[in-house]
Structure formats: C-alpha cells, structure tokens
Design a protein around this ligand. Sequence first.
Ligand SMILES: C[S@@+](CC[C@H](N)C(=O)[O-])C[C@H]1O[C@@H](n2cnc3c(N)ncnc32)[C@H](O)[C@@H]1O
Length: 363
Amino acid sequence: MDIEKVFHMNGGAGKTSYAQNSSLQKKASNMVKHITVEAIQQLYNEVTPKSLGIADLGCSSGSNSLSLIKDVVEAVEGGDSHKMFHPLPEFRVFLNDLPTNDFNSVFKSLPDFYRDLKKDRNERCPDIFIAGYPGSFYGRLFPNNCLHFIYSSYSLHWLSKVPPGLYDEHGKSINKGNVYISDSSPASVSRAYWNQFQDDFSLFLKSRSEELVTNGRMVLITLGRIDHEHVDRGNSFFWEILSRCLAISVSQGEIEKEKVDCYDVHFYAASRNEIEDEVRREGSFELERVEMFEIEKQVKGGESNGTAVAMTVRAIQESMLYNHFGDGINLDTLFNNYAKIVDQEMAKQEINPVTFLLVLKKL
Ligand SMILES: C[S@@+](CC[C@H](N)C(=O)[O-])C[C@H]1O[C@@H](n2cnc3c(N)ncnc32)[C@H](O)[C@@H]1O
C-alpha cells in the first residue's frame, strides 16, 4: 500500500473528523507548551533572524494545525531578545502533511486565525506568511538552511511504510491475527518494526539537518514506550484492541480472516534508548532534552473514556481500514466494539500510553 497516497486523518469538521477528535493531542501538546516556548526563545536569542522560518510537520487539519503559529509568535513577542534589542521578525510558516491531508479546511480557517491575532494586538498583525507544504517528511521537503524552528506533534510515530520484514518470501504475513507487535508475534516482527524505525528516523534527521540553520531547534512530540519491552499496557495495547475488534468482524462474517492477517499498521512506539541511539548515530543534532509524560484522560460531556479513545483511533485509522477492507467493513460497529473493550479493560486496569518530547539543536 502506498501510504503517501492513502493515509490521512478524517477531514472536514463532522462527527468522525480529526478536527472533532483531536483534543487529546491538543491537551498533550499544551502540557509541554512551556518547553516548546523555551526552545523557540533560546533559538531566537541565539540566531535573531529578521525572517524566521518555521515548519510544522504532520500538521493535519482542525484547530491543532494552526495553534503552533500563535505559540511561536507569542514566544518571540514575549522573549527578552525582541523586547530589549530587536523588532519583531517576519514569520515564514510552512504547514506540512501528506498530500491527501485536508489542507483546504486549514486554509479556510486562516481568515479567522488572522482576525484573532489582530484582535489581540490592537488590529496590528505581525507579518506572517503561511504556506501548505504537501509531502512526506521522510525525505527532503525544504531548501537548504531555510528553517530556524521545526515542530512535529503526534506524527513521527508513523513510519514511512509497513515494514517489509513482516511478510515472508511468498508475501504472506508473519504476524497473523495482529495489526502490531503483540504477545503472540514472533521476535522477527519487533525486529522488522525496529529496523524500519531506524531507517526512517535517521532519514528524517538527515533531511531536517540540511534544512535547518546551525543552532536551529526541533521540538518533536511522539508516542513511545517505557522500556525495551514492546508489548505493554500503553500504545501497543490500543492496537491489540483493534486486532480483537477485527477478529469480531471476522466472526460476524463481515470481513475475511486472510484480509485481517495481512493488515499491519505503519506505526512504531520507540523507547528512549532507541531514540537517543539514532540521534547519536546520525550525528547532526544535540539532544538537548527528552521528557516522557502521560496524557491525562479527558472526557467530553456524557461520553465514556472508551468512546473518546475509539473516536480518536477512528479519526486516525479510518482511511487505512477502508482502503484495505473496502466497503464491507462496518466501522460504526467496529468502533462501538472498540469503545466497549476499552471501557471494560480500563475498569480492570488503567491503560497508560506514553509520549516523548524531544528538543534537538542543529550542530
Ligand atoms: C495524529 S496527526 C497529528 C496532527 C497534529 N500535529 C496534532 O498534534 O494534532 C498525525 C499527522 O501526521 C501526518 N503524517 C504521517 N506521516 C507523515 C509523513 N511521512 N509526512 C508528513 N506527514 C505525515 C498524518 O497525515 C497526520 O495528519
């Protein structure tokens, strides 16, 4: 499957859209916003460009896609360098995502975004030039040395492809019945995922190192895992629940078992050590800071925790599930089952996915 042509978060602003189901991601990036602001201010103090180049990689659609811009402007406005010595720079902002992302919704929200910025500043808007930048961040996206700050939130745990090592020489999956690494997966499955992560993350670092100026910063927020064990009651458990729900759809005759056997997600939850090793090996960045944190649960009025999680997973996975299983799959039923299982499991024991925040400085 060509991920670049298929994978996208649910567009628009409807009930199952990413825009309506991304408050968990918003909450998490807000929890570490002070670190993002500090990284921007340090960079600006050290480099003080007249024209500040910023990229948000994997911006998606909905309110999260523009929130970084406001944070950057406020960080620079609030920093010592601007207050004491320098006029405000112009801001060149590049919003990147895969080509099938709903960029139109993002662009449509720009007039309101500019209006709100002006309102907070006595009708004077800073010079901000915003562009959409479709393409995969696994490879070059921007010209040499044109960026000062790169941000990416909840995007880098997506691999460039399903690891080819998951299939034998006849093209059959070696991870039957599972969509990700699980207790019943052979060891070669976690190796295949890890190898794909190493290739992808080092290509990501190399590409960004050519685009960032010296002393430029990257803030990366990504899902991960606590230690070397791949199977835990964190991110891998949410995929385990999806495998169970697909098995229910098979038992109800909706989809074929063979189709489930060859469905695997292009996702990897790296550990702190794996991330640090790759940054060291690639060699273009100093890892200034690594923080691990958990998102506090948040439930919309009257909604169960399971429903909130199921809606979030649906907004993220629907494009891939439809592409693989076709119209036969009933996603309403699948994600109702998903919500119920999450609620049942949470009643037994918490599920605690972890997130890493990384601050990297270009050497
Ligand atoms: C869960 S959304 C995160 C959106 C937003 N940054 C936030 O924090 O809410 C992940 C985004 O990463 C994008 N993405 C995944 N792989 C990508 C790649 N190789 N290149 C560019 N974008 C990618 C997806 O299309 C999706 O829009």
